[in-house]
Ligand binder design. Structure first.
Ligand SMILES: Nc1ncnc2c1ncn2[C@@H]1O[C@H](COP(=O)(O)OP(=O)(O)OP(=O)(O)O)[C@@H](O)[C@H]1O
Length: 469
């Protein structure tokens, strides 16, 4: 078993390295030492409490998932701090001769204060961990631009190229969950750091609050404020977290004012526009809205396809176009989930060395697809389609075969197949007890027509969107 475990761990670490990139891997993960397995739990050991906590919060879920994929009997990962005797493992050596200093964090804040080497245990040292490391996968190059996000993307690029430009400070990015706000913020950070000569601090609003409270406890608020106010660009993610946290809001407001007044750039993200963030103080909302406010809209089918294509290409695994289309139709609200579904398919294909097909996709993603089943009913589809082509609702189940009636009926069957989890016979029954082969024929006929006739394809797409919204 121990040989098996070591091999599994080698594969998991290799996988983590390719997912997070070399720098992040060396900084946070390389020092992990494999410990014992007890029941359904594997222990991983880290040299310091700081590293242990960091790995737990940032990579804990991913490590558990990968372990479970490797060895299904393992369901939990326990992260422990090594005792002196455990540290004999060769990988516990300091990284790049800099002790525990998180290399990636120093890349993020290039301000002199953050450069100073700080032992990892000094969690209360507010300077050492003001900034979170940037995710190296989140760059402008890997961000796929489409209608829904082109404005936000252009604003982000502009700030990365020319921070503190008039009209772009603060930059306020907002949009629904998993639509790319963090990705864009990290891209700004990565681009600024690539250009050099500028200090950048990025943190979630939650971390901001945590640091602020820690600073109060350790009586180092002055240092905390000074350092925050010394950066050139401050980025705060998920600002909605500060709603109801009056003291932290107050502190953020002062920091915000001090930075903007000193000509520094602020970038903020939230799930709503400044005016809709009720619960934030009025004066803060007003100031947040007085620079550039950019909305990331819900994705379109085309954007989802482009994102999937890019990610599939980057993975090196062949994913058939039909599968990508299927995913883009089924998972519509959140790019993170769309990406997660694709990653699972790819992992599965890699693990079993089998090609990805529509059938295997439905199988592997069974749970995700079920959760995403839109609650559109066949009746709703029939109603919308009838209204759209101005036919009677009863014609959806009638025996009439005139094209003016038969075509919309076929479209309704096609949409029923796409938007509900009903089987072909079930759909057939709802359309005047028709046979499942009639439904099958309708689905392929509509697909064929959509490929040939763009106006027709647009009509169907429009109906789909209306039904999905
Ligand atoms: N346009 C895009 N191109 C490529 N990847 C994208 C795009 N939009 C989102 N993603 C990916 O989707 C995932 C979720 O994006 P991100 O974390 O930036 O969302 P978010 O808007 O910050 O979400 P939250 O509201 O949960 O904070 C990330 O892996 C990101 O890379």
């Amino acid at each position: 078993m121990s040989g098996l475990l070591t091999e599994a761990w080698d594969r998991i670490s290799g996988r983590m390295r390719s997912e997070v990139g070399d720098v992040e891997y060396r900084t946070w993960l390389q020092q992990i030492v494999l410990g014992p397995v007890d029941g359904d739990e594997v222990t991983l050991m880290l040299p310091t409490r700081f590293l242990r906590d960091w790995v737990r919060s940032q990579y804990g879920d991913r490590l558990s998932t990968l372990w479970n994929q490797e060895i299904p009997a393992i369901r939990r990962v326990e992260l422990q701090v090594m005792r002196p005797g455990d540290a004999a493992a060769p990988s516990a050596a300091p990284v790049d001769g800099e002790g525990d200093k998180p290399a990636a964090a120093s890349e993020v804040t290039s301000a002199p204060a953050a450069r100073s080497s700080a032992p990892a245990e000094r969690v209360s040292d507010t300077r050492a961990d003001l900034a979170a490391p940037l995710d190296q996968r989140f760059t402008f190059d890997t961000f796929i631009v489409g209608k829904p996000n082109e404005f936000a993307y252009a604003c982000a690029r502009r700030v990365a190229e020319k921070p503190s430009s008039v009209g772009f400070n603060p930059l306020f990015l907002y949009g629904g969950v998993g639509l790319g706000k963090t990705h864009l913020m990290h891209s700004i950070g990565a681009e600024l750091l690539r250009r050099g000569g500028i200090s950048v601090a990025y943190m979630s609003a939650e971390k901001f609050m945590y640091r602020f409270i820690a600073a109060i406890r350790s009586q180092s608020t002055v240092e905390f404020k000074d350092h925050l106010r010394s950066v050139d660009v401050l980025m705060i993610d998920d600002l909605q977290f500060l709603i109801g946290k009056d003291n932290t809001q107050e502190e953020f407001f002062h920091t915000f004012n001090a930075l903007v007044d000193a000509g520094r750039q602020i970038v903020v993200s939230a799930d709503k526009s400044p005016s809709d963030l009720s619960g934030l103080e009025d004066r803060l909302r007003t100031r947040l809205g007085c620079g550039m406010v950019a909305d990331i809209h819900a994705t379109t089918f085309e954007l989802r396809i482009s994102i999937l294509e890019a990610k599939a290409t980057a993975s090196g695994v062949v994913v058939p176009g039909k599968v990508l289309e299927f995913l883009a139709h089924k998972i519509t609200t959140n790019v993170r989930e769309l990406e997660g579904a694709l990653n699972r398919l790819i992992a599965h294909a890699n693990l079993f060395g089998r090609p990805i097909t529509l059938e295997s996709t439905q199988d592997v993603l069974h749970d995700i697809l079920k959760a995403h089943d839109r609650r559109v009913t066949i009746e709703e589809i029939q109603r919308k389609v009838s209204e759209h082509w101005n036919i009677r609702l009863t014609d959806m189940s009638s025996a009439r075969r005139a094209r003016a009636v038969a075509r919309p009926r076929q479209v309704a069957m096609y949409l029923a197949k796409q938007l509900t989890s009903r089987s072909l016979p079930e759909i057939g029954r709802k359309f005047g007890n028709r046979d499942h082969t009639t439904v099958m024929h309708a689905v392929s006929r509509v697909q064929e027509l959509m490929e040939r006739d763009t106006a027709f394809a647009e009509d169907v797409e429009l109906l789909r969107r209306m039904l999905e919204s």
